[in-house]
Design a binder for this molecule. Structure first.
Ligand SMILES: NC(=O)c1ccc[n+]([C@@H]2O[C@H](COP(=O)([O-])OP(=O)(O)OC[C@H]3O[C@@H](n4cnc5c(N)ncnc54)[C@H](OP(=O)(O)O)[C@@H]3O)[C@@H](O)[C@H]2O)c1
Length: 226
C-alpha cells in the first residue's frame, strides 16, 4: 500500500514513516526539510513540499497527516490552510482515505486521570492563552474534514511524549480520560487506520497508559526543554 505522510520530519512523523516501512508499505514522506530527514529504506520516497501550498498525494491509498506547529500567541493557520490544500488535491487525484492528527485540546473536558492540577488549572490556562489560536485552527480543520465526503478519521492525542516502543494504547470516541500519548503510540494508531475501517468518519481519542511521564516532568520539559 502507498502511504503519504505529511509532517513526516516531525517527532510523530519520523516514527510513523519508520513503522510504515517496517510493515512493508511504500511511503511518500513529505517535508519542507528533505535534507534533514533521517529515515532511509527501500520503499521510501522523500518529497519536498509546503503542505499549505501543495500536497503530493497522487497514487496514494491513504494520506496520514501529522502536520503541526509549536504553540504561539500569533495567529495559527497551518491546520486550516494545509487541510484546504490536501482536500483539493485528494479530490483531484481521486484519493479517498484521510487521517489527520488534531488534539484533545480542541474539546476541553474533564480528564478522569488528570487530577485538580490539569483539569482546573493547566487545561483552562493553556486553552485560553498560548494554545488558543492553535486549537481554534484545529477546530476549523476538523470541521473541514468532517464536512468532506472523504473516508476521514480525526485522531486526537493528549499531551505528547517521546518513546520508541509501541504499547497497548487506548482508543475512545472523541474524548479520553488519559492525559498522555506517546508519539510511538500515536504513530501506530495512525498507521492502523490505513488498513482498519472501524473509525472511518469518526473522531478517535488515543492515549497511552504505560511508561507515561509525570505531569510535573512534562511541564518542566515544555518550559525548560529538559
Ligand atoms: N505537543 C503536544 O503535546 C500535542 C498534543 C496534542 C496534539 N499534538 C499534535 O500532534 C501532531 C504531531 O506533533 P509532533 O510534536 O510529533 O509534531 P512536530 O514534531 O511539531 O512536527 C510537525 C511537523 O509538521 C511539519 N510542518 C509544519 N508546517 C508545515 C508545512 N507548511 N508544510 C509541510 N510540513 C510542515 C514540520 O516539518 P518540516 O519543518 O520538516 O516541514 C514538522 O516537522 C501535531 O499536529 C501537534 O499539533 C501535539
Amino acid at each position: 500500500m502507498r502511504i503519504v505522510v505529511l509532517g513526516a520530519n516531525g517527532g510523530t512523523g519520523r516514527r510513523l514513516v519508520q513503522q510504515a516501512l517496517d510493515a512493508g508499505h511504500d511511503v511518500r514522506a513529505v517535508t519542507r526539510q528533505p535534507r534533514s530527514f533521517p529515515v532511509r529504506g527501500p520503499g521510501l520516497e522523500v518529497v519536498a513540499a509546503d503542505a499549505t501550498v501543495e500536497a503530493p498525494v497522487s497514487g496514494a491509498a491513504v494520506v496520514l497527516s501529522t502536520l503541526g506547529t509549536p504553540f504561539t500567541r500569533r495567529p495559527v493557520r497551518l491546520y486550516s490552510r494545509s487541510t484546504a490544500t490536501v482536500l483539493a488535491a485528494m479530490r483531484r487525484e481521486g484519493v479517498r482515505r484521510l487521517v489527520v492528527v488534531s488534539s484533545s485540546g480542541t474539546e476541553p473536558h474533564h480528564h478522569a486521570e488528570g487530577g485538580f492540577l490539569l483539569n482546573r488549572i493547566i487545561q483552562p490556562l493553556v486553552t485560553a492563552t498560548i494554545a488558543r489560536s492553535t486549537y481554534d485552527d484545529m477546530r476549523i480543520m476538523e470541521k473541514m474534514v468532517r464536512d468532506s465526503d472523504l473516508d476521514w478519521t480525526i485522531v486526537r492525542p493528549s499531551g505528547l511524549f517521546d518513546s520508541d516502543s509501541v504499547t497497548r494504547y487506548r482508543l475512545s470516541e472523541s474524548r479520553s480520560d488519559g492525559v498522555f500519548t506517546s508519539r510511538a503510540d500515536l504513530a501506530a494508531c495512525l498507521l492502523a487506520q490505513a488498513t482498519d475501517t472501524a473509525w472511518v468518519r469518526r473522531t478517535v481519542a488515543v492515549t497511552t497508559a504505560e511508561g507515561t511521564p509525570t505531569l510535573l516532568a512534562m511541564l518542566r520539559r515544555e518550559a525548560f526543554g529538559n
